[in-house]
Design a protein around this ligand. Structure first.
Ligand code: 9Z3
Length: 328
């Protein structure tokens, strides 16, 4: 009884802090457009459901959020993430037949472009003799397959790209996506690989103009970001399959933190990774097991076996939901 009361109060506090976060956040510039794109995307899913070929839909988040320090932002705090995990995972989900909403930080790694050099326009192309432009020969194959695969994913209607920069944009767009994915029940999935700040400066306490330098240095109080994952699991999309990530630099605390995140947020799996080995190895923590997943060889991606593993978990989950939960 006392424990129930405690949970109720904690949830009330969370609701209040989340309400305050969304109320004070600068409104999304592009909300109507994003909502329309999501509606069309989900409608595409319904077409497949009617043809008895129900597709699964995953929202892959990728890249780090920024936390602005001024409203007319000159300075910001950033979270590390190159976006490689999200970009390569998107490719493997698409290959496996999933529809993918790729919510990524502007300017980070993009699916199908991972094998292009850092500055593709300047490094992959050169003027041709007939005063046109041609692809430099070492990159011909990589450029061709990047364009072909990207076009085919977009034209198929299975791939939707949305972008963010700030924490405010990220959480607002994620909320809109969760509401769309919620309509798909257990066919929906979240793969939350974005590196999201734990602290922020609330919009209503943020200075308008650039912070001026002074002799005393700068002391700032950052507020904790309310735990949206709890709300995502409990209210926004309670039936969707949810995978979150845990990043640590200290391997000794990684698994403990991942297991505690799994319990606290009630997610179906936590992918635990250590910063320096994240491209070679991850550990997937579920309520049943801790599974080490390693890349299969040089030049291979750890995301390939990881997505394979998670797709199987998701399939078992949808099977369970449709055969047991729906019937009870
Ligand atoms: C991850 O742990 C991702 O695997 C990486 C991928 C960001 C390490 P890259 O983009 O790296 O390929 O360079 N993402 C989640 C990081 C995070 O912020 N997790 C929070 C935490 O660990 C929970 S949401 O507390």
């Amino acid at each position: 009884m006392a424990e129930d009361k405690h949970i109720e109060i904690t949830e009330k506090c969370l609701d209040e802090s989340i309400d305050a976060f969304f109320k004070s956040a600068p409104p999304l510039q592009d909300l109507d457009n994003i909502t329309k794109k999501l509606e069309n995307f989900v409608a595409q899913h319904s077409v497949h459901s009617e043809s008895q070929n129900t597709k699964k839909v995953v929202c892959v988040t990728s890249g780090g959020t920024t936390v602005p320090l001024e409203r007319r932002c000159v300075r910001y705090i950033d979270n590390f993430s190159s976006g490689h995990r999200g970009a390569s995972s998107t490719e493997y989900f698409l290959k496996a037949g999933y529809m993918v909403i790729f919510l990524h930080r502007r300017g980070t790694a993009q699916p199908f472009c991972r094998f292009l050099p850092e500055n593709p326009i300047l490094e992959c192309f050169e003027p041709s003799d007939d005063s046109g432009i041609q692809v430099c020969s070492p990159y011909a194959e990589a450029v061709k397959s990047a364009i072909q695969e990207h076009k085919s994913a977009v034209n198929s209607g299975y791939f939707l790209q949305l972008d963010f920069t700030t924490l405010f944009e990220y959480l607002q767009i994620l909320q809109v996506i969760t509401l769309a994915i919620n309509r798909l029940g257990a066919y929906g999935m979240f793969y939350l690989a974005a590196a999201v700040s734990d602290f922020y400066v609330p919009w209503d306490s943020m200075t308008e103009h650039k912070i001026q330098s002074g002799p005393g240095g700068l002391a700032m109080q950052l507020a904790p970001v309310p735990k949206m994952l709890t709300l995502l699991r409990k209210r926004w999309a309670p039936v969707a399959f949810c995978v979150s990530f845990k990043l640590e630099t200290d391997i000794d605390i990684l698994l403990k933190k991942a297991e505690s995140a799994r319990r606290k947020y009630g997610v179906h799996a936590v992918v635990a990774n250590e910063l320096s080995t994240r491209k070679e190895k991850v550990i997937v923590v579920t309520d049943q097991s801790q599974t080490v997943i390693e890349k299969k060889g040089v030049g291979m991606d750890v995301e390939e076996p990881l997505i394979d593993f998670l797709i199987k978990e998701h399939a078992a989950y949808t099977f369970h939901q449709s055969h047991f939960v729906a019937k009870t």
